[in-house]
Structures are given as C-alpha cells and as structure tokens.
Write a protein that binds this ligand. Structure first.
Ligand SMILES: CSC[C@H]1O[C@H](OP(=O)(O)O)[C@H](O)[C@@H]1O
Ligand code: HPA
Length: 263
C-alpha cells in the first residue's frame, strides 16, 4: 500500500473545549504567520491528522473581540489544512432552539464592528478582491457533520443563522429581538470573521453550534447565569465531540478503503 500524506483536519473550538483528549501523539507548537502567531496542537484521531486550535487560548485568556482570527486561519492554511470544523457555543435566539441542542450552521449575520476581517486589504498583488459568501458554511462538510450525527443518533438541527456580536458582554433583549427579526437562530461572539477568513483562504469550513442558554430576553427576563451555562456546556460538550469523532472515524474508514490509509 502506498502511504500518502493526508491533509490535516482543522478543528477550531472555543468555550469549554481547550484540548482534544482524543488526539494521539499530541504536540503543541506556535505557528508564526504574517498576521501574528497562534498555538496549534497537532496529533492524530483515528489515524487521521488533526490540527486543533483553542481560539480563546489555554485557560480561556483571550476574549472574543481580541481573538486573532487571521493568524488562526492563516496558520491552519499554512499547515496544509483544507477542511475546518468549528465549534461555537451560543445563546438561542429562536425560542424553538433549546439549551443543550446542536445546530449545524448554514448562514450568518455579522453584527461586529472593527474586527480585522479580511486577508484582502487591497495591498496584495491580487488588488481588490470580493469573496462570495453564498455558501460560507461548506455544504459537503455540513453533510459530513449531519451524517455523522445521524449515524450515532445525535439530534442536530440542520441549518441555522449565527448572529455574531462583539461581546464580551452579553446582548440586550432589544439587540436579540432585532437579531430575531433579521432571521437569526443563535447568538455568539466568535463565528465572524472566522468563517469569512476561512472562505477567503480557500478552506472548506463548517460549524457545529452548541446552544447553552436562551439569549437575553428569550422566554424570560432572567439574567444569563454563567453557572447554568456551564452546566449545559459540561453535558453538551461530549455530544459535540461524539459527532466529530464519528466524522473522523468515517473518514478513516474511507481513506483505508481507498488504500490511502496510514502505512
Ligand atoms: C462563556 S459564554 C460566551 C463565550 O462563549 C462563546 O465562545 P465560543 O464561540 O468561542 O465557543 C461566545 O462566542 C463567547 O465568546
Ligand atoms: O447568549 C449568548 N450570546 C452571545 N454569545 C453566547 N455564547 C453563549 N451564550 C451566548
């Protein structure tokens, strides 16, 4: 059997996901890019190479508005990653979406301001570039996530609009009502420009959102409780890992069948 080098699967995760225990031979390196440095943990999962980034850093030191999204995406692209699965913890805007549920996102609204959101500042050899965002979340990668969830019997909502706010404060009820009117499903603080930079970099990107609370003012006037949120995160994180585990496992079977498995 000829051994070929597989492109590593990129995984970017945030709140509650700081290392991937499933990774074998994990080692963390600092990757330098033209946009700054980022820390990437590389290892293998079911024999598949993986490059993992904890977007808030170990110990959750970096708030959402200060994450260096360009360095993260550039680093993964430079390491040869072609596909990225992102995990975003969110608040439910749509009252039908409950805490503990998973959503496979299919669109976004960008309510952020002033983030470094492009690789195309007009100063490169390519000049002015306008990147299509019609299917920002890659349909094929979304399909892999949905199939993986279905295979293990994990419910996941097929499609949802991620509304990205700057944070780090939570939103007001009025902001969430506006986002609901605009068609938002879930609220978060990190999904954009991560997704748009990935598309600009030519990566296939899809995101699993774990809903951990009703967004501000949804269903009740109760303040968002970090304790409640943490409890849902603790019970929900293994569901997300199980879906990704199945996706990676399926890929490993497929690559072995194709004769491209690890030697
Ligand atoms: C602790 S709740 C707010 C925090 O969680 C989300 O992070 P991530 O998307 O990285 O999972 C949200 O965007 C905020 O950064
Ligand atoms: O309600 C929320 N809003 C924004 N980001 C979040 N991340 C978890 N919950 C929320």
């Amino acid at each position: 059997m000829t051994s070929v080098s597989l492109a590593p699967l990129g995984i970017i995760a945030g709140t509650g996901f700081y290392d991937l225990e499933a990774l074998d031979d994990a080692h963390t390196e600092t990757v330098e890019t033209a946009y700054g440095t980022t820390s990437v943990t590389r290892g293998s999962w079911h024999g598949q190479p993986v490059a993992f980034v904890a977007r808030h850093g170990l110990g959750h030191k970096v708030p959402p508005h200060r994450v260096n999204y360009r360095a993260i995406i550039r680093a993964l692209a430079d390491l040869g990653v072609r596909d990225v699965i992102a995990v975003n913890v969110t608040g439910g805007i749509d009252s039908d979406v409950e805490a503990g549920e998973l959503v496979c996102l299919d669109d976004f609204l960008d309510f952020t301001h002033g983030r470094e959101g492009t690789f195309h500042d007009g100063d490169g050899p390519e000049g002015v570039v306008h990147t299509d965002m019609t299917t920002a979340y890659d349909p094929l990668l979304r399909g892999e996530i949905l199939d993986a969830a279905s295979s293990i019997g994990q419910p996941i909502i097929d499609g949802g609009v991620y509304v990205c706010f700057d944070g780090p404060r939570f939103e007001t009820p009025a902001e969430i009502r506006l986002a609901a009117l605009a068609g938002g499903t879930v609220a978060g603080m990190t999904g954009v420009p991560e997704v748009t930079l990935a598309v600009e970099a030519g990566l296939r990107y899809a995101a699993i959102s774990l809903v951990v609370n009703p967004a501000a003012g949804v269903g009740s006037a109760e303040p968002i409780s970090m304790d409640d949120l943490d409890a849902v995160l603790t019970s929900g994180a293994p569901k997300v890992i199980a879906v990704i585990d199945e996706l990676v496992h399926t890929r490993s079977v497929f690559t072995a069948d194709e004769g491209h498995g690890p030697a």
